[in-house]
Design a binder for this molecule. Structure first.
Ligand code: OFO
Length: 169
């Protein structure tokens, strides 16, 4: 069983993870449009990860006898000035998601829902990795400046990213 407050907070986070998925799908389209297929590949993997984050919360809520309600998702941005501008937006968004997960844990603690606190530790750790990944790419993009050849080398590197389904526990 799960409290009403906790149930509502989980539903909100499911919606937020689905927003993340749509935001990154919008970025896939952007990178495809400007011909950076490796960047687009990186974002495609990110979309899959966000879907897994949403489904992890979805399945957890069901396992706790909660009620999943799918909410409307806001329209994401669709234009960025360059690859760095886009990745800075990713970094900012992931920092925002970290604050959302922290808020969710605050609700779980206030509700004395220790099972939820424990479950959400996975999401907390995942956010450390999410922030580190995009911060690293931002740093590289800043380093290369306007060097198109170096940009294509990063594109080749990002083309190698593959999706590994996470075990959310
Ligand atoms: Fe990008 O971690 Fe979920 O939202």
């Amino acid at each position: 069983m799960i409290s009403e407050k906790m149930n509502a907070a989980f539903n909100k986070q499911i919606k937020d993870e689905m927003y993340s998925s749509n935001l990154y799908l919008s970025m896939v389209a952007y990178f495809e449009e400007i011909g950076l297929k490796g960047f687009a590949n990186w974002m495609r993997v990110q979309v899959q990860e966000e879907n897994a984050h949403a489904m992890g919360l979805f399945d957890y809520l069901i396992s706790r006898d909660g009620r999943v309600i799918i909410d409307a998702i806001d329209k994401p941005a669709f234009e960025w000035a360059c690859a760095l501008d886009c990745f800075e937006a990713v970094y900012k968004h992931e920092q925002h998601v970290t604050s959302l997960i922290n808020g969710l844990i605050d609700v779980a603690e206030a509700e004395k829902d220790r099972a939820a606190v424990s479950f959400l530790q996975w999401y907390l750790k995942e956010q450390v990795e999410e922030e580190a990944n995009c911060s690293e790419i931002c740093a590289k993009l800043k380093l290369i400046g306007d060097d198109k050849h170096a940009l294509l080398l990063i594109d080749q590197e990002l083309a190698t990213r593959t999706y590994v389904a996470p075990t959310i526990a």
